[in-house]
Design a protein around this ligand. Structure first.
Ligand code: UD1
Length: 365
């Protein structure tokens, strides 16, 4: 007789929700899994968290840890203290963590110390830039995980080069694309009519929230100078992350935003309507590099490095750095090029099922 196995899923910040939703749904089909959802509360605004639970059909979390904002040490420590209690109480057979946010690493450390197996979804990505907090989170989480579920083959290569035993690594594809494919039919342009006044295919979408870009006025200004050049060609729709909104006010940059259509952070499907109907995407996000590749929309990534090189080799992404002239040059190049992108291997909408199979093998056989 097969016993029920308890699996804890950990979410905390906006980019986690769309990765856990399809996995919980796929695992629901396996009667021997009992699933528990823990929300660390790293993101807590309705527009950064609450709305996503409902829109993505995530269950109401079994526990909310309510950690909120803080320095890296404070936020990580708060998740660890609260999540240790959860693990001692629930005694899971597996802890699933996704992506690279502070909650991911904190939960992995707790599980490792309690000798609970850990699965890391989106393992193996490396920017090789340790000044990026997410890179530290990725390295630590992958070092501790028992199952490393990679979105692309470069992830496998990175892990093997770091000495991770090959039997721990499973190439399963990109789970975010499961969610993207599911919601794309609902992401019609007319959803946006009342929200932004732009014409289909004739606007740019901007997201900007990395501390390295928005916390320093010189860098932020250099980026804005390039964006103003783009804004002469087409309007730029800019859903503003709370961190960035604070910095715009602090640096007195609000006034410099003419030609930009500023909005609050958008829900998942509204944002997908916006990106899938755009002429070009300008970003410093990780996930958006992948989404633009899946959508075939040109993307400029305003960073010095990327942990997602496949979006450049196979997709529509260009790494343009943060200098004004480089961003402008990248923009003109992207607008002049029309190479059809190739969708990376296993970005096919079935990653959640493959992960469920891996978990069956790991927990039930
Ligand atoms: C975090 C992740 C980052 C991810 C991003 C997506 C880490 C280290 N960083 O960065 O990888 O790309 O989420 O958004 O885990 N705030 C609010 N309301 C919220 C959440 C945040 O107002 O619901 C404000 C607070 O002022 C907070 C600041 O935004 O201090 C930054 O939030 P935080 O979670 O620390 O990092 P993010 O920049 O969102």
């Amino acid at each position: 007789m097969t016993h029920t196995r308890t699996v804890i899923h950990v979410v905390g910040a906006r980019p986690n929700f769309m990765k856990i939703a399809p996995l919980m749904e796929a695992m629901h089909a396996e009667p021997h899994f009992r699933q528990v959802l823990i929300n660390t509360g790293q993101h807590y605004d309705e527009k950064m968290a609450g709305g996503f639970f409902r829109e993505l059909n995530l269950p109401v979390p079994d526990r909310d840890l309510g950690v909120g904002s803080g320095s890296h040490a404070v936020q990580t420590a708060k998740v660890m203290i609260a999540f240790e209690e959860v693990c001692l109480d629930i005694k899971p057979d597996l802890v699933v963590v996704v992506g690279d946010v502070n909650s991911t690493m904190a939960a992995a450390i707790v599980a490792a110390k309690l000798v609970i197996p850990i699965a890391h979804v989106e393992a193996g990505l490396r920017s090789r830039d340790r000044a990026m907090p997410e890179e530290v989170n990725r390295i630590v989480t992958d070092r501790l995980a028992d199952l490393l579920l990679t979105p692309s083959r470069d992830g496998d290569e990175n892990l093997l080069a770091e000495g991770v035993p090959p039997e721990r690594i499973r190439f399963v594809g990109n789970i975010m694309i499961d969610t993207l494919r599911r919601h794309l039919p609902m992401a019609r342009f007319d959803r946006l009519r009342d929200k932004v006044a732009v014409e289909q295919g004739r606007y740019a979408v901007l997201t900007l929230h990395r501390p390295s870009n928005v916390d320093h006025p010189e860098t932020f200004n250099a980026i804005l100078a390039a964006l103003k050049h783009v804004a002469r060609d087409m309007p730029i729709v800019f859903p503003v992350h709370p961190r960035t909104r604070t910095r715009l006010a602090e640096f007195g940059l609000d006034a410099a935003m003419s030609g930009f259509v500023l909005t609050e952070p958008l829900g998942y499907t509204d944002f997908l309507s916006l990106t899938s109907n755009a002429r070009i995407i300008l970003t410093d996000s990780g996930g958006l590099q992948e989404e633009s590749t899946a959508l075939g929309i040109p993307c400029l990534t305003m960073r010095e490095n990327t942990e997602r090189p496949i979006t450049i080799t196979h997709g529509t992404n260009r790494l343009v750095g943060t200098r004004t002239a480089d961003i402008i040059a990248g923009y003109h190049e992207a607008m002049a090029t029309n190479t059809p992108p190739r969708v990376p291997e296993l970005w096919d909408g079935h990653t959640a099922e493959r992960i469920t199979d891996v978990f069956r093998g790991f927990l039930l056989s």
